[in-house]
Design a protein around this ligand. Structure first.
Ligand code: 3HC
Ligand code: NAI
Length: 704
């Protein structure tokens, strides 16, 4: 039974049990409504509402959005709770989120266990609270705090929630015993219903200028996102309109949001992230290995960040460098990075020291003898990596997982440098590794199922989005990135300027444009990588001529004050540089390209179609398990806007037929082989199928 009602002495207790997260699906809404009606009719003096399992209600059932709503709606259930003639007490544990918190706010009192968290995360799904959140929260905690809470979407710990007034009592006891004791106390004190709807918002709570400034800040910080501004609309309505009108306004805007493209995309991402770590077909008999201690080899940019990622999750790390000097530099960088986090107020000095204490430096491989996992992050050079793996093979205990963070190298070849290729896997982190959520888990030819299962579980444990990839040049993300960067270079040589290209892509929602990213990471990095490639691997010379020329002029990007742009040494503000235009024009002439005007639409489409076409190839080769994994890679590793759902979701919304036609159009106009539409794309369009159809038929064929 999803919802039950029973009596404990003078109290009526409503219990919800809808695993895994007690989402407010239709049956739960109906059950709560029936229970509250039953409770009104008996002689109970107060009603307690709580949940079984790991959490209080974590929100509306996201799978129901976009489908016809079945009565009762959550606002109807909440109205019944709020109207109760007897006091209703919500008892929170786990995560009381979204509609779950809104239901609790319709109760008259709220108590919570110390570990409980509350929040209104609707904004992260492109939604707004749809059952009173924007109307009740400002009444309860004031407009400024409400705006931060609802537009931020973050979770608030029980203690802070108590301080804000979102909850009334912290429980020292277990949930049910504590909640019943609190309810008895309220009954004894003769406390009646206390309805937030009857509270008023202080007239001086927030003036129009403050709201306008808030909106401006949101425009900058949540660029391109619609929901945050609509939340401000609703809170403004709460300030000026009677409660029921405000509620109706909020509901109408919420329903609109459930039908919006941005919410469809963000809901897709919600499920994509949770789907990605699942690997059907793994041998179910093998359990993931236990990982208690980790080592990282190489304390450079990536090694240091990876060490921090583990320390942040409370896992001890040994960091190995080739000499003391390298180790000191690596540890100093980690120290500096923690210092920055503390100065931003994101960690206390004590928390930072605790984490840093989990990282031990060494130059001795024997220190790696006891760890369960080693991640190699040395130079991107096959010989160096092979030497490291041969050494790891000698010192690491049996069953230890030996992982490489290589960006492009063949992991099968690296694995062959050991006597245990079944324990070798790619764990490809993204820079900065302590921040970026993507983790590509690369399965090599001999990688054991247990190693994949362990990597997926560990990835989640350290807060990453782990995505399975197969071995190929660049795996999923960097393989797609090459196509994208190539288009940026071709657009430049054919007629665009850096600011136009970056402007088009940032307006689309990318965190940064491709040329600004190049300047940030340093143009010398890809230059050096290109030097190691054969002429054939490098591809069309027009696709790197400008980048090479800039590096050869000493324009390496931000670090030299000039790359595709010029940078102010103090502020790092970037401006267009006529010298770059001269370089572009000279390279165009050298390569026989007549520059022309490129429309924004052409620039955008060429970048997106390049990603999508490669995405289809990656799918048909089995390098990615499913389309949504590619979306998770691009959103969490490369700054693709989550509110557009990733390149493959975008392709589906645009329509595969339209995508194929666009790619064929580019092929016809350029004659370039890379614009041949991927066979899988052609096949799906011909069969009139979607990517979901394709995935479903593959899953059926595999018997999963
Ligand atoms: N609806 C449907 N399914 C949900 C769900 C929801 N609200 N929340 C979680 N799930 C599912 C997940 O998809 C996952 O399914 P799977 O096992 O098949 O992959 C399962 O529950 C467990 O979820 P997690 O793996 O995320 O479990 P965690 O323990 O890591 O996290 C959580 C739990 C913090 C509750 C997290 O799931 C979460 O943040 N959920 C979403 C919360 C949310 O956004 N609520 C607001 C919804 S919108 C709303 O309420 C509108 C209202 O204003 C009207
Ligand atoms: P880096 O040059 O900053 O760091 C490499 C470190 O390895 C140096 O500190 C060096 O002293 C150390 N090292 C070299 N040989 C060693 C050895 N034999 N034993 C121990 N330490 C040794 O390089 P970075 O950028 O950290 O890259 C490391 C790896 O991560 C490469 O394979 C790279 O392709 C990959 N990678 C890099 C990303 C980036 O954005 N920089 C992103 C994802 C992967």
């Amino acid at each position: 039974m999803l919802v039950s009602y029973h009596r404990v002495d003078e109290l009526g207790v409503i219990t919800i049990n809808n695993p895994p997260v007690n989402a407010l699906s239709h049956g739960v809404r109906q059950g709560v409504q029936q229970a509250i009606t039953a409770a009104q009719a008996d002689d109970s003096k107060a009603i307690v509402i709580l949940c079984e399992g790991r959490t209080f209600i974590a929100g509306a059932d996201i799978t129901e959005f976009g489908k016809p709503m079945q009565a009762p709606s959550l606002p109807e259930v909440n109205a019944a709770l709020e109207a109760s003639a007897k006091p209703v007490i919500a008892a929170l544990h786990g995560t009381a989120l979204g509609g779950g918190l809104e239901l609790a706010l319709s109760c008259h009192y709220r108590c919570a266990t110390a570990s409980a968290k509350v929040g209104l995360p609707e904004v992260t799904l492109g939604l707004i609270p749809g059952a009173g959140g924007t109307q009740r929260v400002p009444r309860l905690i004031g407009v400024p705090a409400a705006l931060d809470m609802i537009t931020g979407g973050h979770r608030i710990g029980a203690e802070q929630a108590l301080a804000l007034g979102l909850i009334d009592r912290l429980l020292d006891d277990t949930l049910e015993a504590g909640a019943l004791a609190y309810a008895r106390e309220l009954v004894a004190a003769g406390a009646g219903p206390r309805r937030i709807r009857d509270m008023s918002i202080a007239a001086d709570s927030c003036d129009p200028d403050t709201i306008a400034a808030y909106r401006d800040r949101l425009h900058k910080r949540r660029r391109g996102q619609e929901a945050p501004q609509i939340i401000v609309d609703c809170v403004e309505v709460a300030m000026t309109t009677p409660f029921d009108e405000g509620l109706a306004y909020e509901r109408a805007r919420f329903v609109e949001r459930t039908q919006s493209e941005q919410s469809a995309a963000l809901r897709h991402m919600f499920f994509a992230e949770r789907q990605a770590p699942k690997v059907p077909g793994l041998d179910q008999a093998v359990a993931p290995r236990n990982i208690e201690r980790v080592a990282v080899v190489g304390a450079g940019t990536m090694g240091g960040g990876i060490a921090m990622a583990f320390a942040n999750a409370g896992i001890p790390v040994t960091l190995l460098e080739r000499d003391q000097e390298g180790l000191d530099a690596g540890l100093a960088l980690i120290d500096k990075n923690y210092g920055i986090t503390v100065s931003k107020g994101k960690l206390t000095p004590d928390e930072a020291s605790e984490r840093q204490a989990l990282i031990a430096g060494t130059t001795d491989y024997q220190a790696l003898a006891k760890v369960e996992l080693v991640i190699e992050a040395v130079f991107e050079n096959m010989d160096v990596k092979k030497q490291v793996f041969a050494r790891l093979d000698e010192v690491c205990k049996p069953g230890a997982i030996l992982a490489t963070n290589t960006s492009y190298l063949d992991i099968n070849e690296i694995a062959a440098a050991t006597t245990r290729p079944e324990d070798v896997v790619g764990l490809h982190f993204f820079s900065p590794a302590n921040v970026m959520r993507l983790l590509e888990v690369v399965r090599a030819a001999h990688t054991a199922d247990a190693v994949i299962a362990t990597a997926m579980a560990l990835g989640r444990r350290i807060g990453k989005v782990p995505v399975l990839a197969g071995v190929c040049f660049g795996f999923i993300g960097n393989r797609m990135l090459r196509q994208y960067v190539r288009e940026a270079q071709l657009c430049l040589i054919e007629g665009a300027e850096p600011a136009q290209i970056d402007g088009v892509l940032t307006r689309f929602g990318m965190a940064m444009g491709p040329l600004a990213v190049g300047d940030l990471s340093g143009l010398d990095i890809s230059y050096k990588a290109r030097q190691a490639l054969t002429r054939e691997q490098k591809g069309d010379p027009r696709s790197y001529a400008i980048a090479d020329a800039l590096v050869e002029m000493g324009r390496l990007g931000q670090k030299t004050g000039a790359g595709y742009y010029r940078y102010d040494p103090q502020t790092r503000a970037r401006t267009a540089d006529p010298e770059v235009l001269a370089v572009i024009e000279a390279q165009a002439e050298k390569h026989g390209v007549t520059r022309r005007e490129l429309s924004d639409e052409e620039i955008l489409d060429r970048h997106l179609m390049a990603l999508i076409n490669e995405g289809f190839r990656i799918l048909e080769e089995g390098i990615a398990q499913r389309p949504s994994d590619i979306d998770a890679v691009y959103v969490h590793g490369y700054g693709f806007p989550a509110y557009r759902g990733g390149p493959m979701f975008y392709a589906g919304r645009r329509g595969l037929r339209a995508v194929r036609e666009r790619i064929e159009g580019l092929h016809a106009s350029t004659g370039e082989a890379h614009w041949q539409p991927a066979p899988l794309l052609v096949e799906l369009v011909e069969a009139d199928q979607t990517l979901d159809d394709w995935l479903a038929s593959r899953t059926r064929a595999a018997g999963q």
